[in-house]
Write a protein that binds this ligand. Sequence first.
Ligand code: BEZ
Length: 252
Amino acid sequence: MNTWNAGLYDNKHSFVSEFGKSLVNLLNPQPGEFILDVGCGTGDLAQQISLAGAVVIGIDQSEEMVRQAKEKYPQLCFQVQDARQLEYQEQFHAVFSNAVLHWIKPPEMVLQGIWRALRPGGRFIAEFGGKGNVASLLHAVFAAVGELGLDAASLQVPWYFPSIGQYAQLMESAGFQVQYAAHFARPTRLEGEDGLRNWMRMFGSSMLAGLSEIQQEQIIRKAEQHLAVTSFCQWGWMADYQRIRVVGVKTG
Ligand code: BEZ
């Protein structure tokens, strides 16, 4: 998806890079390492990685995200690139990716490009949505579509949420030794009373794109009503995020 609203992303969804900081710890960047950040967004984690003394290239398919990343961190290198078309050859000590790979299909193409981009012995560290991710939210959206008498086929769910077994197998097929793989729940707070609708507008826009603006608004309202019972509490909206985290190494 390349129609991101980078301002909304930074203002209301800063949890994406906040959670990503612990993934940077897992990456453990070293001074002088060359590191590729796939799906860098507005560059916050690339900046974190560079603070360790690593040389980072951040890539994102969204021109708007890359424009903002360059504005925020002019000392770093950011490029507009499609992660399915990586042309790097054995340049990087590590490839890093946070909260992005569930957007990019087919995953095989991305993994092959990442494997080629790594030096022998290089590592691939990633986190993204795993099986069951935002299941309640999706359930509420489909229920709303049914109640409004709309065709469920007009919803285009754009994401790929694999199980850990499925993804580990893809990594092995691409040539990685899978050294770590975990699947875990991470309920995620969506800031403010409008948290759910902001999330839908930010992340769900491609899913709802086949519907009119009025229909989208009706769906969001109904989804809010459905989810109010289970997913709204004194801290606001909670989204039922499920993550997978992997570490793969290019051996041999
Ligand atoms: C996620 O980070 O899990 C996610 C973000 C947007 C849409 C779906 C999932």
